[in-house]
Write a protein that binds this ligand. Structure first.
Ligand SMILES: NC(=O)C1=CN([C@@H]2O[C@H](COP(=O)(O)OP(=O)(O)OC[C@H]3O[C@@H](n4cnc5c(N)ncnc54)[C@H](O)[C@@H]3O)[C@@H](O)[C@H]2O)C=CC1
Ligand SMILES: O=C(O)[C@@H]1CCC=N1
Length: 282
């Protein structure tokens, strides 16, 4: 991406920070090319300014006027107010990238009264360390060059998969929320380790390295996860005994329901914050 592009974050919360820190660390943007605005939380903006040396603005519309690329990063429930507040500052040359769960590109175009290109993205918080798994979909006004720009941006903070927009609900349930499921698993493993008299530090290192090893194995090997699992599982051994407990508590079914419910929630959020009159709701 051309180095002169300025990026405005409208909404300066957890996801915006993960992206800001990833973009700076991976040198896609320098701190002075990034400007952040939120609703009225000056303390939060000052904290981001101190930590990353980015620019901040008390006015979201002013931030938009300064930038070529906009990242919409407020909660879905705040989208309507936020987009109304920046509507007059938007022009056709802006590339608008939304990371909002559930909200369609058509709805964003409608709220902004614009035919500027809109890209919908679903990253995750691993963006902060360059490991996001991001799903990307182009809105109806976005052209190939806009998708390329967005891909370039998200490739700097992880991997990018381009999909049809309706698939973004599934991406949200799987990868957007995904890190939380893994941390949930880690919490449970840590509790077990503690009752088995391992210290928190010992357990954390062992768990992190175990997850890292399994994740690398999945990336590097073509083998099905079932086969990889079987290689760990000696007949009559420890793993088999452990997995029997997972089956007993129906953990596989629980995880499947978890991902499906999160994807369904993304669809619900889209419906909740999109008036029935909006065209082409995805
Ligand atoms: N946290 C995550 O892991 C991920 C979040 N997302 C999406 O990112 C968006 C933000 O999520 P978080 O960062 O977790 O939320 P958050 O609550 O941490 O941050 C939201 C930010 O939006 C600001 N905001 C609210 N109303 C505004 C307005 N009218 N104008 C300007 N700024 C306004 C708030 O002041 C706050 O800084 C959501 O739409 C979520 O679906 C997407 C992928 C992953
Ligand atoms: O929980 C949420 O709604 C957001 C979207 C994906 C991750 N966090």
């Amino acid at each position: 991406m051309a180095v002169y592009k300025k990026i405005a974050f409208i909404g300066a919360g957890a996801m915006a920070e993960a992206m800001i820190s990833g973009l700076i660390a991976n040198k896609l943007a320098s701190p002075e090319q990034i400007i952040a605005a939120n609703r009225m939380n000056t303390k939060r903006l000052l904290e981001l300014q101190r930590k990353y040396e980015i620019k901040i603005s008390a006015s979201a519309a002013d931030a938009v006027s300064e930038a070529e690329i906009l990242i919409l990063a407020m909660k879905p429930k705040d989208a309507e107010d936020a987009l109304h507040s920046i509507r007059d500052a938007i022009h056709k040359q802006h590339l608008i990238i939304s990371v909002l769960a559930g909200i369609s590109t058509d709805h964003i175009s409608t709220l902004l009264h614009t035919d500027a290109p809109v890209i919908r993205a679903m990253p995750n918080t691993s963006a902060a360390i360059g490991y996001s798994a991001t799903g990307l979909a182009a809105g109806k006004y976005a052209e190939e060059q806009h998708v390329k720009q967005a891909e370039e941006l998200f490739n700097c903070i992880g991997t990018t998969t381009c999909l049809k927009e309706e698939s973004l609900h599934a991406v949200t349930g799987l990868a957007g929320s995904g890190p939380a499921y893994v941390y949930y698993l880690v919490e449970a493993m840590q509790q077990a380790a503690s009752s088995l008299n391992l210290s928190e530090t010992e357990a954390r290192d062992l768990i992190a390295q175990t997850l890292l090893g399994a994740a690398h194995m999945l990336k590097m090997s073509d083998e099905h996860p079932l086969l990889l699992r079987q290689k760990v599982t000696s007949p009559g051994g420890t793993t088999e005994a452990g997995i029997q407990m997972l089956d007993h508590f129906k953990v596989k079914e629980a995880i499947e329901s978890c991902v499906k419910r999160a994807a369904q929630r993304s669809e619900e959020l889209g419906r909740m914050y999109t008036p029935p009159s909006s065209e082409g709701i995805v």
